[in-house]
Write a protein that binds this ligand. Structure first.
Ligand SMILES: [Mn+2]
Length: 346
């Protein structure tokens, strides 16, 4: 009974969708070309949302667009997603900016740090599900932090605009929602589940499975091996020494991997506190005398961690003073938008 009631209250195509599409049309109509910007290192949600927006403005308003990212597509799953679904993304530094007279940003906001736009950058259209930043402004700003994926907003619009979603884009959107919400497991909104189901029936299940089970390159296993060998638990944080990394994205991949550990629930602010302690501990470890060891024990409680600190970790930093750690942001926790972090020893 309860379920039925909720079902009626939440519709994929809400009346507000029609109004927003009309406003979108007023912005893009008559333009030469739209530039759609994703994350610097685009994740499935930003890639799928960009592809869906591209489809919407083309089908509904006849406007061409390009999708651009400024970093690299690092994860094997994401590489496989754009390759298999033939989603065309351009390198931001290779495009001619003067060609575009309208700019959209998906799954982020100017100045958020994970995209090429600064807070002062002109951006016409912003579609996102992260908490609204104070200085976010544009001609059309649609931000819904109660939704688990930007892809969900775009699916709602495509349906309201009665645009047929081809299998490739349906597959991208389905993968975006499932990866963003960890298979609907992590605080997906009812809208996300409904949107997922509506694209899932149009998606290529085979391609979806090929993306999820993408072959992982050798460096992934090398990095994972290093991380596993060097990681230790401190409180409810995993501290992992990753040695030389192939690309910054790999750190987030490792952080995601370690999030499966039952004791990990560190938030960014806790990680910042912990960082101070970690730096202090390494300083004690470098001194290496009995007094320092006792001081460290009173903080760390776990003898094995103290041993590891004094015998394995601290000696690595003999030649440097300070700056031993770096905080890596992992995925954002849905619902309360707390950032999960992992501390890396550099
Ligand atoms: Mn997202």
């Amino acid at each position: 009974m309860e379920n039925n009631k909720a079902e009626k209250n939440t519709r994929i195509v809400g009346p507000e969708a029609y109004e927003l599409i009309e406003r979108l049309g007023a912005i893009v109509e008559g333009r030469r070309e739209l530039l759609i910007i994703t994350h610097t290192h685009p994740d499935p949600d930003s890639i799928a949302a960009a592809a869906a927006l591209q489809l919407l403005v083309k089908s509904k308003f006849g406007i061409n667009s390009s999708i651009a990212y400024s970093g690299i597509i690092a994860r094997a799953e994401n590489r496989s997603m754009v390759k298999k679904l033939k989603i065309h993304l351009k390198q931001y530094n290779r495009i001619k900016l003067s060609r575009y007279d309208c700019v959209a940003l998906v799954d982020s906001q100017p100045g958020a740090g994970n995209n090429v736009l600064s807070a002062e950058s002109e951006c016409n259209i912003i579609i996102d599900h992260h908490p609204r930043r104070e200085d976010t402004k544009g001609d059309l700003v649609v931000i819904d932090p109660n939704i688990g994926a930007t892809a969900t907003i775009l699916i709602r619009w495509l349906e309201a605009a009665e645009v047929e979603i081809p299998a490739g884009i349906a597959t991208a959107l389905a993968y975006a929602i499932s990866s963003e919400t960890q298979n609907m497991y992590r605080e997906a909104a009812r809208e996300d589940i409904q949107a997922y189901l509506s694209v899932y029936v149009r998606a290529s299940i085979r391609t979806l499975s090929e993306i999820i089970n993408a072959n992982l390159p050798h460096y992934y296993f090398q990095q994972l091996g290093n991380a596993l060998n060097n990681a230790f638990i401190y409180g409810n944080t995993i501290v992992a020494h990753l040695t030389a990394i192939w690309h910054p994205e790999i750190v987030a991949e490792m952080a995601d991997f370690f999030l499966k550990h039952e004791r990990i629930e560190t938030t960014e602010s806790k990680a910042k506190e912990l960082r101070k302690t970690a730096e202090k501990m390494i300083t004690l470890g470098k001194k290496g005398d009995l007094h320092s060891r006792r001081q460290a024990s009173s903080y760390l409680f776990d003898d094995e961690v103290v041993r590891k600190l004094f015998e394995e970790i601290a000696p690595r930093y003999n030649d440097v003073n300070g700056g031993y750690t770096r905080i890596i942001k992992g995925n954002q926790r849905r619902g309360d938008a707390t950032s999960i972090a992992i501390i890396e020893l550099v």
